[in-house]
Design a protein around this ligand. Structure first.
Ligand SMILES: NC(=O)c1ccc[n+]([C@@H]2O[C@H](COP(=O)([O-])OP(=O)(O)OC[C@H]3O[C@@H](n4cnc5c(N)ncnc54)[C@H](OP(=O)(O)O)[C@@H]3O)[C@@H](O)[C@H]2O)c1
Length: 219
């Protein structure tokens, strides 16, 4: 399986990159990011790109992929809706439209989040924008597309969030993660479980398109 990865420098992306490099069924990973991951591996190639609303210059290199793991995203904390929408909706759709056109047999996996609002009309801004993004992705001509909605993600194996706020939260919560996982198993996952679930769904599919945190852990 050839994998195209967005957001490989982030917490979720680092997790699925690690699992992809370990998985014998993944032959190649191409990461497209604003910066390099700092990792070296025979399976990994990286492209540094600046304009995430226009991928035309990279198109020749974006062909021939079986799966796309889209882990690029930002926290909405303190962000006006217009800016949050530009990253969450505009960038995602620019990338997704390009890869759908170039890879008709592709499975596209989008990481949204627990509480995403599919009605696009609720009061929570981030949930509305993620819902709009999921709904638009569902209409693209991929072989299959899955919306992953993790809840609280425990970073494992030295993986760190790029978001300062999250890093602080993870440091504070670190010691009590095992307790949180026991108390709220439906809402907590790990970078490892999430990464492995994405790969498994890309290989084998899943019975439904929207996968909540508990589905991810079960997979
Ligand atoms: N962390 C959680 O607990 C959690 C829970 C549920 C859902 N999620 C969702 O999972 C996704 C990934 O989250 P994460 O925790 O991995 O975030 P993260 O650690 O902050 O990483 C974000 C990734 O997105 C890239 N990115 C952000 N803005 C960009 C832009 N304008 N242009 C290009 N690349 C950009 C970053 O690249 P740079 O390295 O260049 O900044 C980085 O690779 C998000 O959509 C988030 O909502 C996260």
């Amino acid at each position: 399986m050839n994998v195209l990865l967005f957001g490989a420098t982030g917490m979720v992306g680092q997790g699925v990159l690690r699992e992809s490099l370990l998985d014998p069924d993944v032959q190649n990973v191409l990461s497209i990011g604003r910066s390099l991951t700092g990792q070296r591996h025979p399976k990994l190639r990286e492209l540094v790109h600046t304009d995430f609303l226009d991928f035309s210059a990279l198109e020749p290199q974006m062909k021939g992929f079986d799966a796309c793991f889209f882990c690029l995203g930002v926290s909405s904390a303190g962000m006006p809706e217009e800016r949050y929408q530009r990253v969450t909706y505009d960038i995602t759709m620019a990338a997704a439209r390009t890869v759908a056109r170039l890879n008709p047999g592709m499975t596209f996996i989008y990481v949204s989040g627990l509480g995403t609002d599919s009605t696009e009309r609720g009061r929570v801004m981030w949930a509305r924008v993620k819902g709009k993004t999921e709904n638009a992705l569902m209409k693209l001509p991929f072989k299959a597309r899955y919306m992953f909605r993790p809840g609280f993600i425990q970073p494992l194996r030295g993986i760190r969030s790029k978001t300062r706020l999250y890093r602080a939260i993870y440091i504070i919560m670190g010691p009590i993660y095992p307790l949180i996982k026991v108390l709220f198993p439906k809402y907590v996952t790990t970078t490892e479980e999430l990464g492995r679930a994405m790969i498994k769904v890309a290989k084998q599919g899943a019975p439904k398109s929207v996968l909540e945190n508990w589905d991810i852990n079960r997979i």
